[in-house]
Design a protein. Structure first.
Length: 320
């Protein structure tokens, strides 16, 4: 059996939707035709792509490996289909991946500045990923460069820390702790906590700050930093997050310095398959590094180096 683009696209749709029926509808096929196509694809490859012992379709290790290659093929085929359109376009696309916690207050303002400088020659595609899902979502949403606290391991990505952001305890203005500038474990030992879900990498960091027996005082577990901060804004518990993420509720809450100092790395990351980083990506990294520095966070040597690279491109960002 010859491998055809339709089969590959259907397989990717099944992975992305988690449903054979949904993938069949998306590709204008009947459920039986879609099932037959997937079976034929497995026969052609000589491997089982999906684990069928459970009610939901989950990838086998071989299926995951094939999905990575398949997504590259689908992207390449899409570029072939759009080749004429891209040639006629005067704007070059810049694809950016961001992790949600710093999207609104750090990354978007910096990207807007880049867009204004290059509005006649560049367009931006930005995908917002959840930390716990990016291992899979990065394949369905390809990108040239990404930003955020990417704590998980990715063999196919180059990760460079450009800053280490201090953690803060965020409390409502109505909370008596808001009168303090700095707190210790004893200060917040009896507080109720809003924490991130256990499957989020950031939770592993913030748990280090919980007081002894702190798990007994958890009032809510949520999968999003922004959701957690909105609980705090309404005076339902307190929350540990980094000082940049806390900016989104700065008008209604206090972000208190913590006696037990803890930081979380902010990374820039890009596919290892990339060659040298284009100038516009270096400019984008430098702009975000400059924004982080302006917020009072020290940059790493790698972060400062991106500012130096941008300076060589006649883009002047202050280096502290």
């Amino acid at each position: 059996m010859e491998l055809k683009s339709k089969s590959i696209k259907l397989f990717c749709s099944v992975v992305e939707t988690g449903s054979l029926l949904a993938a069949a509808n998306k590709n204008s096929l009947s459920a039986s035709a879609a099932s037959r196509t997937v079976t034929q694809l497995e026969d052609r490859l000589g491997v089982q792509l999906f684990d069928r012992t459970t009610k939901t379709l989950t990838l086998t290790p071989e299926g995951m490996e094939f999905y990575r290659v398949a997504m590259e093929s689908v992207r390449a085929w899409k570029r072939l289909e759009d080749f004429s359109k891209e040639r006629l376009s005067k704007k070059h696309p810049l694809r950016i991946a961001v992790l949600a916690r710093h999207c609104s207050d750090v990354i978007i303002p910096a990207v807007v500045k880049i867009l204004k400088r290059h509005e006649k020659t560049m367009s931006v595609t930005m995908d917002v990923h959840a930390s716990r899902d990016i291992y899979y979502s990065k394949y369905s949403h390809p990108f040239d460069v990404g930003f955020g606290t990417l704590l998980s391991t990715h063999d196919d990505l180059q990760k460079v820390p450009i800053a280490h952001i201090p953690f803060r305890l965020v409390v409502s203005e109505e909370n008596p702790l808001s009168k303090k500038d700095k707190v210790s474990r004893s200060d917040y030992a009896s507080e109720s906590f809003v924490v991130l879900s256990r499957d989020t990498p950031e939770r592993e960091y913030s748990d280090r700050l919980l007081p002894e027996h702190g798990l007994e005082h958890i009032t809510a577990e949520v999968s999003s930093t922004q959701v957690a901060l909105r609980f705090v804004k309404r005076n339902v518990g307190v929350h540990f997050t980094d000082m940049l993420a806390a900016k989104s509720v700065s008008a209604d809450c206090r972000a208190l310095e913590i006696e037990d100092q803890l930081t979380i790395p902010f990374f820039v990351f890009w596919p290892r398959s990339s060659q040298a980083l284009p100038d516009v990506i270096v400019e984008c990294i430098a702009q975000i590094a400059s924004s982080i520095q302006a917020a009072g966070v020290n940059l790493t040597e790698e972060g400062k180096n991106f500012l130096l690279q941008a300076d060589r491109l006649s883009l002047h960002f202050p280096i502290k």
